[in-house]
Design a protein around this ligand. Structure first.
Ligand code: IVH
Length: 675
């Protein structure tokens, strides 16, 4: 390295360690320390130096995570310490049997408590990572436990896996084991995109992780949102090993690995059961799939004494959760029509207990998905319900197809209004073309209009809207304001008092704001935030109505698709006559003064986090938006200010790291009052 100037060398080392530090903060601790733009700048500087002085570039450089040349095949590797599997327990009884067996073996009184480490059982792919002198040398799959596949190039692309161990206090040889998984959000995004582009979606996050790791081209793996959590070690040489599992996990955390944040050390089997209940109730909220809990005897000496049977240790067990995938029969498919006319096939299933609830319906998404699954009515299917995502059919079990199974035919006419169903080129969704003549679209449009964030008509729930439309009492939102008490009380289960209350809420809804009104019209792709921006930018309804696509495109956050939907909406004479009728009935709002004084927060993005005590989040958001601010859900370098209530967490940390001003709820109120 003689030809490299010392200053460049030093700068290069500094950049490497800074980037590694920020990478760790971002991917392992979920707690970013600098804005993305600054990270990108440092990375570019590092890459520029590597470009000029290629001999500086080492495999542990933060620039080396993008994947390399594709392989022809994976080579096989031997696990010096076998990768074991776990015995399963399915009940409390099997858990206490496990506890008793251990106590018997180590001659512990049954009344005494053993210390256990409790961990979520992550549903992904097991991996072994070998570090020599702190450098990642090899990544391998479990395979059959003694021989796996070399997936080094692929694991190197996973940002939560350190390429070099942190600090300088580590064993010469360290084999870290853990689970590589795909978080639900990344999985759902991947599948949504795959469905849109006609690619094959993954069946579940575990398959997604396995499929991504099986790529011979590591550049593909690099594009997949994979993470890794460490949960044990294999080979360990060259320093004193910690004396318990928990201490080992702590050490792995210090060395730069992600450790699951729900791990807990407990005493005794009853505490294990409490932990199981706690995690079972958290399961749906986690952002990754877990299929159970792993309990491990904490003390390494005891683990050694207990040893193994066949391929599983005696000192650990997996307590399984109820399955998130089950088999059942597809009884029928119905086609539902939504507010925007989207026709969605809904599978009617023989009820089955899956993911903790009884499921009778599942979405089939669209015609492409039906074709892809090749599913027929009468088929046995695999249903998946994970988290609070709506249940999905992931597969038809073809071996079980009965004679006479009926192919599913996507309707050419709307099942509600008989208008034709059309599919726009390039879109997966098919839509009923009946517009507001379609009873289904009318009902959904009215439900949206009455909803809390729109016109907030108390007492006008979904069932009542269905009844009003089915009894020909209303045909559009404008008819709501013509409803009469005598007609209402003739409806089934409608008492005089509730009818009066409903009429009062309908009357009260006449006083609204321009953004709420714009939102309530249900224009495609115009959510609350867009409605607010439109109101702030145009000030009056008539200017929004008259706006051309070009004028709309000038508004921040309005893209060509939204602009087209807005223009189309107001070009439709039926929609215009409904808007007119609403204004005639007395629906009114104050136009928005667009002078700079009226919108002092224009161009600023604010974030609300933690619990607010004197006003609701919605109120705080409304008030900020009225002054022209945008209210976003996440903190970035572009955030102007963050309002943090008690219990604020990572958003507050990020704001502090980025040096963004943080206000308390009271200081927000004072600030707004003085505007
Ligand atoms: S410990 C001897 N801990 O479960 C101990 N395994 O059926 C072996 N797994 O192949 C593993 N989360 O892929 C352990 N916190 C956890 C785990 C975990 C998921 C997987 C792992 C293993 C399988 C065992």
């Amino acid at each position: 390295m003689l030809n490299i100037p010392e200053a460049v060398h030093q700068r290069y080392q500094r950049l490497k360690s800074e980037l590694n530090h920020h990478n760790h903060a971002y991917y392992v601790l979920d707690d970013p320390s600098i804005p993305d733009s600054e990270y990108d700048r440092l990375m570019r500087e590092l890459q520029d130096i590597e470009q000029q002085y290629s001999e500086l570039r080492t495999p542990d450089s933060p620039s080396q995570r993008v994947g390399g040349v594709a392989l022809d095949s994976f080579s096989q590797v031997k696990h010096e310490v076998p990768m074991l599997s776990l015995d399963n327990a399915f009940s409390d009884q099997e858990m206490s049997d496990f506890d008793r067996r251990i106590k018997d073996r180590i001659n512990l009184e049954s009344s005494q408590h053993l210390a256990y480490a409790c961990e979520p059982k992550l549903d992904g792919v097991a991996v072994s990572l070998i570090y020599e002198q702190g450098l990642l040398m090899r990544g391998a799959t479990r395979g059959d436990g003694s021989v796996g596949e070399d997936i080094t190039a692929n694991v190197r692309t996973i940002k939560s896996i350190p390429l070099r161990l942190r600090g300088d206090d580590f064993p010469e040889l360290l084999e870290v084991r853990g689970e590589i998984y795909m978080p639900r959000e990344g999985f759902n995004e991947f599948n949504t995109k795959a469905r849109e582009t006609g690619d094959k979606p993954f069946v579940n996050p575990r398959n997604a992780a396995a499929g991504s790791l099986r790529q011979l081209d590591s550049k593909i793996t690099a594009t997949r949102p994979l993470e890794m959590c460490a949960y044990s070690v294999g080979q360990y040489q060259g320093s004193q090993k910690p004396d318990s599992h928990f201490a080992m996990l702590r050490m792995l955390g210090t060395l730069g690995f992600k450790i699951n944040q729900h791990i807990k050390q407990v005493e005794g089997i009853d505490a294990c059961e409490d932990y199981y209940q706690q995690l079972a109730s958290l399961r749906d909220q986690l952002d990754y799939d877990i299929d159970g809990i792993v309990y491990k005897v904490n003390d390494f000496k005891l683990q050694e004494r207990l040893g193994f049977v066949a391929k599983a240790p005696r000192w650990a067990i997996a307590r399984k959760f109820p399955a998130q995938e089950e088999m059942t029969r597809l009884l029928d498919v119905e086609f539902q029509v939504g507010r925007t006319g989207a026709v969605t096939p809904v599978a009617r299933l023989e009820p089955v207990f899956v993911g903790g609830v009884t499921v009778g319906n599942a979405t089939l998404h669209n015609a492409d998905e039906i074709n892809r699954l090749g599913v027929c009515v009468g088929d046995t299917v695999i249903v998946r319900r994970a988290g609070d995502v709506i249940p999905q059919i992931v597969k038809a079990v073809l071996e079980k197809r009965p004679q006479g199974a009926q192919p599913i035919i996507f309707p050419e006419r709307c099942p509600v209004c008989q208008s034709s169903v059309k599919r726009t080129e390039g879109e997966a969704v098919a839509r009923c073309t009946g517009g507001l003549f379609c009873g289904a679209q009318t009902k959904e449009a009215i439900k949206h209009y009455a909803s809390r964030k729109a016109m907030d008509i108390d007492g006008l729930g979904d069932k009542l809207v269905d009844a009003l439309v089915d009894h020909d009492l209303i045909y559009s939102v404008a008819d709501l304001y013509e409803l009469k008490l005598e007609k209402l009380i003739n409806l089934e289960r409608m008492a005089q008092k509730s009818a009066e209350n409903l009429l009062n809420s309908i009357e009260a809804s006449k006083q609204t704001t321009l953004p709420k009104f714009l939102f309530s019209l249900g224009i495609r792709e115009v959510g609350e935030a867009t409605a607010q921006t439109l109101a702030n930018n145009f000030g009056t309804l008539d200017t929004v109505i008259a706006a051309t696509a070009e004028q709309l495109l000038e508004v921040e956050d309005v893209g060509p698709i939204v602009a087209r939907h807005i223009v189309d909406f107001f070009r439709n004479p039926d929609n215009l006559s409904i808007v007119e009728a609403l204004r005639k009935s007395g629906v009114q709002w104050k136009d928005i003064d667009q002078t700079a004084q009226a919108l002092p927060l224009k161009g600023q993005t604010w974030v609300l986090t933690g619990t607010l005590e004197t006003m609701s989040r919605a109120e705080a958001k409304d008030r900020l938006q009225q002054f022209g601010a945008k209210v976003a859900g996440s903190v970035s370098a572009k955030t102007h200010a963050v309002v943090a209530g008690p219990s604020a967490g990572s958003k507050l940390n990020k704001a502090q790291a980025l040096d963004i001003q943080v206000l308390t709820e009271q200081s927000l109120i004072d600030f707004l009052d003085n505007l």
